[in-house]
Design a protein around this ligand. Sequence first.
Ligand SMILES: [Zn+2]
Length: 98
Amino acid sequence: MNIRAIIQKIKSSFNHQEGLPNETVLGFLRVLESVREEDVPCDEVYAKIDEYVERQVDKKDAAQLMPLVREHLDMCSECCEEYEALLDVLEKTSREEK
Ligand SMILES: [Zn+2]
């Protein structure tokens, strides 16, 4: 079983709970984070975050369109912080425009 398959399994269990993952799962994800090697590197995600956030604010389908970015954001707290910061800014600006 490869890491990607394991992560998929965890993610599908998140979907069942519809809420915040518990500490055990988070701990497990941190372990996975330290061993994974085949995933998208942060550089690549960073390059796509703008597009991802814009898509998310605009049409709300960024996760479907860029599942690899979504997957990375779920696992990488650094990129996720960047994403959330950008999302915050973009949501505020798009609200002001309307
Ligand atoms: Zn990252």
